[in-house]
Design a protein around this ligand. Sequence first.
Ligand code: ATR
Length: 287
Amino acid sequence: MNISGRAKLAGIMGWPVEHSRSPVLHNFWLRQYRVDGVYVPLPVRPENLAQALRALPALGFRGCNLTIPHKQAALSIVDRVEPLARRIGAINTVIVGEDGTLEGRNTDAYGFREHLRESVPGWSASRARAVVLGAGGAARAVVAALAEEGVEEIRLVNRTAAHAEALAADLGGGAPRISVHAWARRDAVLDGAGLVINTTSLGMDKQPPLDLDLKALPTGAVVVDIVYVPLETPLLAAARGAGHRVVDGLGMLLHQGRPGFAAWFGTEVGVTAELRAAVLQTLAPSR
Ligand code: ATR
């Protein structure tokens, strides 16, 4: 890689940060689009987050991504938070303005929506009933995306009812209608649904599989798993076998990087098979 003295700078702050695939993703795009820039991992301890974010303009950085455990804490550090990130309650992208101020955005909802659109062309959210499993940070982004897409109803199912109630209180109150259901009812709430999304960690490498009986799900429904290690989770394998349309979790990760890249490096980028392969190569489940 050739980094000139004028290279545009961005990176990802996390603690730890080694697990992040964002450097692979953004440096792939920098090479592909021949942008004079570099994207680096930035290991930042939680107690140093404010200092690190404030240093971005001084160091000439265009901005950064944020990962665990910084996504919520950054809300009270940056100068402006876009309304969507405020609703989701987390920032994953920081943009340094011309005047050195920091703007916080959340591009996870965008990533989810773009990947769904690309994976299931022609699928229409209007009048759709969606089932969302889980009520963590990823579920918040998914619910925000579904609301923007205009789904009619969201059935939220989570192991801890209080987390689902909090999500519904923060993101509900208008359209779509959000109802909260007990974890034990997860098979039954699939009845009549057109879209099912697993946002829990179940099915991930080294985690138990998601125990979900798809019998009640209408044929041809769309089943999304945001878990991407492995790429084909037991849920997606079962859904494929039952004739449903399946959407894996890798695309959300890739698409969420696009708005940040455009803001920092000034180039609109796309998700290609080559990019998927390059990132997948770094994701092989450990044995
Ligand atoms: P993320 O930011 O990736 O969404 P998170 O905030 O830790 O991660 O959320 C993880 C989600 O997976 C939660 O909805 C969690 O359920 P709780 O709210 O009850 O904690 C869900 N989850 C994790 N392990 C689970 C399990 N064994 N059974 C059911 N749900 C589980």
